[in-house]
Unconditional design. Sequence first.
Length: 164
Amino acid sequence: MNPNSNSTDPNELDLSKLSKERITVNIDKLDHEIITNLIGVMGNSKSAIIAQIIKEWINQNSEKMMSTWEIDLAGIKRQILAEAKGIKLEKELKDYELSIINKLPEIFESVEEIQLKELAELLGVNVLTVRKIIIFHKKRLEDVGLDLIYKSGTIINSNLSKED
Protein backbone atom coordinates (compact mmCIF):
# COMPACT_ATOMS: atom_id res chain seq x y z
CA MET A 1 0.00 0.00 0.00
CA ASN A 2 3.04 2.27 -0.12
CA PRO A 3 2.36 5.04 -2.65
CA ASN A 4 6.07 5.43 -3.37
CA SER A 5 6.66 1.77 -4.11
CA ASN A 6 6.31 2.29 -7.87
CA SER A 7 8.45 5.44 -7.92
CA THR A 8 11.41 5.47 -10.30
CA ASP A 9 12.86 8.71 -8.95
CA PRO A 10 16.40 7.92 -7.75
CA ASN A 11 16.05 10.60 -5.05
CA GLU A 12 13.07 8.84 -3.48
CA LEU A 13 14.06 6.52 -0.69
CA ASP A 14 12.20 3.76 1.02
CA LEU A 15 13.44 4.59 4.48
CA SER A 16 12.01 1.37 5.87
CA LYS A 17 14.76 -0.45 3.95
CA LEU A 18 17.49 1.88 5.23
CA SER A 19 16.86 1.77 8.94
CA LYS A 20 15.05 -0.62 11.21
CA GLU A 21 15.15 1.45 14.37
CA ARG A 22 12.79 0.35 17.09
CA ILE A 23 10.72 3.25 18.31
CA THR A 24 8.17 2.77 21.06
CA VAL A 25 5.09 4.95 21.39
CA ASN A 26 2.19 5.02 23.78
CA ILE A 27 -1.30 5.22 22.35
CA ASP A 28 -4.67 5.13 24.03
CA LYS A 29 -6.97 2.10 23.83
CA LEU A 30 -9.25 3.58 21.15
CA ASP A 31 -6.31 4.35 18.83
CA HIS A 32 -4.92 0.86 19.48
CA GLU A 33 -8.24 -0.74 18.53
CA ILE A 34 -8.49 1.33 15.34
CA ILE A 35 -4.94 0.38 14.35
CA THR A 36 -5.63 -3.27 15.13
CA ASN A 37 -8.72 -3.18 12.90
CA LEU A 38 -6.65 -1.71 10.06
CA ILE A 39 -4.38 -4.77 9.92
CA GLY A 40 -4.85 -6.23 6.48
CA VAL A 41 -6.36 -3.02 5.13
CA MET A 42 -3.44 -0.56 5.39
CA GLY A 43 -0.64 -2.93 6.34
CA ASN A 44 0.29 -6.32 7.71
CA SER A 45 1.30 -5.18 11.19
CA LYS A 46 0.59 -2.42 13.67
CA SER A 47 3.97 -0.82 12.98
CA ALA A 48 3.35 -0.88 9.20
CA ILE A 49 -0.03 0.79 9.71
CA ILE A 50 1.37 3.47 12.00
CA ALA A 51 4.23 4.10 9.55
CA GLN A 52 1.73 4.45 6.66
CA ILE A 53 -0.47 6.84 8.67
CA ILE A 54 2.57 8.98 9.51
CA LYS A 55 3.75 9.04 5.87
CA GLU A 56 0.30 10.07 4.67
CA TRP A 57 0.02 12.77 7.35
CA ILE A 58 3.43 14.20 6.42
CA ASN A 59 2.54 14.23 2.71
CA GLN A 60 -0.78 15.96 3.39
CA ASN A 61 0.71 18.50 5.82
CA SER A 62 4.09 19.24 4.25
CA GLU A 63 3.23 22.87 3.43
CA LYS A 64 1.97 23.44 6.97
CA MET A 65 5.11 21.85 8.42
CA MET A 66 7.33 24.16 6.37
CA SER A 67 5.40 27.36 6.96
CA THR A 68 4.06 26.96 10.50
CA TRP A 69 6.82 25.01 12.19
CA GLU A 70 9.66 25.98 9.83
CA ILE A 71 10.68 22.37 9.23
CA ASP A 72 12.96 22.17 6.19
CA LEU A 73 11.63 19.02 4.50
CA ALA A 74 13.82 19.43 1.42
CA GLY A 75 16.89 19.75 3.63
CA ILE A 76 15.92 16.71 5.71
CA LYS A 77 15.36 14.62 2.57
CA ARG A 78 18.73 15.70 1.18
CA GLN A 79 20.43 14.79 4.48
CA ILE A 80 18.86 11.33 4.47
CA LEU A 81 19.73 10.81 0.81
CA ALA A 82 23.31 11.89 1.47
CA GLU A 83 23.63 9.52 4.41
CA ALA A 84 22.16 6.66 2.37
CA LYS A 85 24.69 7.29 -0.40
CA GLY A 86 27.53 7.52 2.10
CA ILE A 87 28.21 11.20 1.42
CA LYS A 88 29.66 13.12 4.32
CA LEU A 89 26.74 15.12 5.73
CA GLU A 90 28.67 18.36 6.20
CA LYS A 91 29.75 18.42 2.53
CA GLU A 92 26.22 17.73 1.26
CA LEU A 93 24.77 20.57 3.28
CA LYS A 94 27.38 22.95 1.88
CA ASP A 95 26.54 21.82 -1.65
CA TYR A 96 22.84 22.37 -0.97
CA GLU A 97 23.49 25.83 0.42
CA LEU A 98 25.70 26.64 -2.57
CA SER A 99 22.96 25.67 -4.99
CA ILE A 100 20.69 28.20 -3.27
CA ILE A 101 23.43 30.83 -3.20
CA ASN A 102 23.96 30.40 -6.94
CA LYS A 103 20.28 31.20 -7.58
CA LEU A 104 20.33 34.43 -5.57
CA PRO A 105 22.22 36.75 -7.97
CA GLU A 106 19.52 36.41 -10.62
CA ILE A 107 16.83 37.28 -8.10
CA PHE A 108 18.73 40.24 -6.69
CA GLU A 109 19.67 41.78 -10.06
CA SER A 110 16.67 44.09 -9.82
CA VAL A 111 15.35 43.56 -6.31
CA GLU A 112 16.40 46.02 -3.62
CA GLU A 113 14.60 44.19 -0.82
CA ILE A 114 12.35 41.19 -0.38
CA GLN A 115 10.62 39.54 2.55
CA LEU A 116 12.43 36.45 3.83
CA LYS A 117 9.28 34.34 3.49
CA GLU A 118 8.73 35.48 -0.10
CA LEU A 119 12.35 34.69 -1.03
CA ALA A 120 12.07 31.24 0.52
CA GLU A 121 8.92 30.59 -1.51
CA LEU A 122 10.64 31.73 -4.72
CA LEU A 123 13.54 29.38 -4.02
CA GLY A 124 11.26 26.54 -2.88
CA VAL A 125 13.05 26.13 0.44
CA ASN A 126 12.35 26.69 4.09
CA VAL A 127 12.63 30.15 5.64
CA LEU A 128 15.23 28.88 8.14
CA THR A 129 17.46 27.67 5.32
CA VAL A 130 17.45 31.09 3.62
CA ARG A 131 17.97 32.89 6.93
CA LYS A 132 20.98 30.69 7.76
CA ILE A 133 22.51 31.34 4.34
CA ILE A 134 22.09 35.11 4.64
CA ILE A 135 23.48 35.21 8.17
CA PHE A 136 26.23 32.58 8.10
CA HIS A 137 27.44 32.62 4.49
CA LYS A 138 28.15 36.30 3.91
CA LYS A 139 31.57 35.54 2.38
CA ARG A 140 30.04 33.12 -0.14
CA LEU A 141 27.39 35.68 -1.01
CA GLU A 142 30.09 38.30 -1.57
CA ASP A 143 31.89 35.82 -3.86
CA VAL A 144 28.83 35.88 -6.18
CA GLY A 145 28.60 39.66 -5.97
CA LEU A 146 25.90 40.02 -3.33
CA ASP A 147 25.91 42.17 -0.23
CA LEU A 148 22.72 41.03 1.50
CA ILE A 149 21.57 42.23 4.90
CA TYR A 150 18.88 40.64 7.05
CA LYS A 151 16.72 43.16 8.90
CA SER A 152 13.42 42.40 10.64
CA GLY A 153 12.30 39.66 8.26
CA THR A 154 13.48 41.50 5.16
CA ILE A 155 16.50 40.76 2.99
CA ILE A 156 18.07 43.99 1.75
CA ASN A 157 20.32 44.07 -1.31
CA SER A 158 22.71 46.79 -0.22
CA ASN A 159 24.41 46.76 -3.65
CA LEU A 160 21.28 48.27 -5.22
CA SER A 161 20.60 50.64 -2.35
CA LYS A 162 24.19 52.03 -2.67
CA GLU A 163 23.61 52.82 -6.36
CA ASP A 164 20.67 55.15 -5.61
